[in-house]
Design a protein around this ligand. Structure first.
Ligand SMILES: *Cc1c(COP(=O)(O)O)cnc(C)c1O
Length: 377
C-alpha cells in the first residue's frame, strides 16, 4: 500500500522481484555453476515449457521480440517486391523488420474498439494491392495490442483466402486467449518479446517464435545461429546471431512459474478499473471469447495533455502508446497505406493514454488512481 502522496509505479517490477528474489538468485546461481552461458539447458527447458503453455509444437527462443519477427520473414524468403500488411498503430518493431528483408510494409487501419488490425480494411487493402500495385502481397502481421488478441477468426480466414502467410506479433499479447486458443498459437507463426516490461519479461532482451510447422522451426533454428547446417561452422544460409542467453532463460523460467497467478491478478486489476471507470471514460473493450493479458490498460480522453498533468500532480504516472503512428513517422512516411488512409489510427493516436497496470497493484493504490482519473475528467 502507498501513502497518500507517495509516487505510484506504472509497472512495478520491484514488487515482483521481492516475491521471487530467492528463486531468481538460485536460478542465476545454477547457471554460474554449470557455466553453459550460450544455449545452456535452461534455454531448451524454457522452449519446452513455452510450447506446453501455448499448445504449440515448436518454440524457438531468440535475442529479442524484434528479431523474433524478422526471422520468420527471412525463413519465408520474403524480399524485394513483396508487401507485408500490418497496422500502423503499434510499436515500430512490427513494421521495421519488413524493410530489413527488402520488402515493403503496407499499413492497415485498426478497429476503434480493440485497437487491433481491422479485418475489413485488411481485406480491402489486399484487393487494392492486387489491382493497383506492383507489390506482391505475401504476409500479414497482426498485433495483439495492449494484450488483447487480434480478431484471428477473421484474419486467418482472410489469410487463407488470399494465400498469405500470417504472423502473430504477441509481444504484448502473451498470456491472452481467444476462443480457448492461446496467444502465440495463431497464424503460421507467432512471436513474443521478453523485454522487462512485457507481460512476461526477463532482466534484459529476449524473444521467442512459436510454430506448428516442422520445416519452418528447423529453418528458424538455423537462422538464429548464422544459418548453421550441422553446426555453426557449416553455413547453409545467411543467418544472424539471434540466440537467447541462458541467464535470461533461467530468469524467465522462474517468471513463467508465477505467470498464471500474475495473469489472474491482472484480470482483477482490470476488473476494478472497469468497475470504477466504465460509463465515465472510454475503457478497453475486450471481444467476446477473448482474454487480454493486460500488457497495458489504455483509456481514451479528449484533452490528453491536461489529463496527464492532472494525474501527475496526484502522483499517478501515465504513458502514451502510441502518440505518433508509424505511417506518420519520418522513417515510414513513404510506405503505402490501405485505401482511404488510416482515419481511425490517426484519431485514436491523439486520445489514448495508459494507466498503471501490473499484477501487484493493490486495491487501495488503485482506488487512489481511479479517484484521480475521475477528478481529472
Ligand atoms: C516490444 C514489442 C516488440 C519488440 O520487442 P523487443 O523485444 O523490444 O525487440 C515488437 N512488437 C510489439 C507490438 C512490441 O510491443
Amino acid at each position: 500500500m502507498t501513502e497518500m502522496n507517495e509516487p505510484i509505479a506504472f509497472i512495478d517490477l520491484a514488487a515482483q522481484q521481492r516475491a521471487i528474489r530467492g528463486r531468481l538468485d538460485a536460478a542465476i546461481g545454477r547457471v554460474l555453476d554449470h557455466g553453459k552461458y550460450i544455449m545452456g539447458p535452461e534455454v531448451a527447458e524454457l522452449e519446452r515449457q513455452l510450447a506446453d503453455y501455448t499448445a504449440v509444437k515448436h518454440v524457438v527462443s531468440c535475442s529479442n521480440g524484434t528479431d523474433a519477427l524478422a526471422l520468420p520473414l527471412m525463413a519465408w524468403e520474403i524480399g524485394t517486391g513483396d508487401a507485408v500488411l500490418c497496422p500502423s498503430f503499434t510499436f515500430a518493431a512490427t513494421a521495421e523488420i519488413v524493410p530489413w528483408v527488402g520488402a515493403s510494409p503496407v499499413f492497415v487501419d485498426v478497429d476503434e474498439r480493440t485497437y487491433n488490425i481491422d479485418p475489413d480494411h485488411l481485406q480491402r487493402t489486399i484487393e487494392h494491392l492486387r489491382d493497383n500495385s506492383d507489390l506482391t502481397p505475401r504476409a500479414i502481421i497482426a498485433v495483439d495490442l495492449f494484450g488483447q488478441p487480434a480478431d484471428y477468426e477473421r484474419i486467418e480466414a482472410i489469410a487463407a483466402k488470399h494465400d498469405l502467410l500470417l504472423l502473430e506479433d504477441a509481444a504484448q499479447g502473451f498470456g491472452g486467449r481467444l476462443n480457448n486458443r492461446a496467444a502465440g498459437s495463431f497464424g503460421d507463426a507467432a512471436t513474443t518479446s521478453f523485454f522487462p516490461a512485457k507481460p512476461i519479461g526477463g532482466y534484459g532482451d529476449g524473444g521467442a517464435i512459436f510454430t506448428d510447422d516442422d520445416d519452418l522451426a528447423e529453418r528458424l533454428r538455423s537462422l538464429r545461429v548464422h544459418g548453421k547446417g550441422s553446426d555453426k561452422y557449416d553455413n547453409i544460409r545467411i543467418g544472424r546471431n539471434a540466440r537467447l542467453d541462458t541467464l535470461q532463460a533461467a530468469i524467465l523460467l522462474e517468471k513463467l512459474a508465477i505467470f498464471d497467478d500474475e495473469l489472474q491478478a491482472r484480470q482483477a486489476v482490470a476488473g476494478r478499473y472497469a468497475a470504477g471507470l466504465n460509463g465515465k471514460v472510454a475503457v478497453p473493450d475486450v471481444m467476446a471469447g477473448a482474454l487480454s493479458s493486460w500488457a497495458q490498460y489504455t483509456i481514451r480522453v479528449a484533452d490528453r495533455d491536461r489529463f496527464a498533468a492532472a494525474l501527475r500532480n496526484e502522483g499517478v504516472p501515465t504513458a502514451v502508446y502510441y502518440g505518433k503512428p508509424l505511417h506518420l513517422q519520418t522513417a515510414y512516411r513513404d510506405y503505402p497505406l490501405g485505401p482511404g488512409g488510416l482515419p481511425v489510427t490517426e484519431r485514436i493516436a491523439g486520445e489514448v493514454i495508459s494507466l498503471p497496470m501490473h499484477p501487484y497493484l493493490d486495491e487501495a493504490t488503485q482506488a487512489r488512481i481511479i479517484d484521480a482519473v475521475l477528478a481529472a475528467l
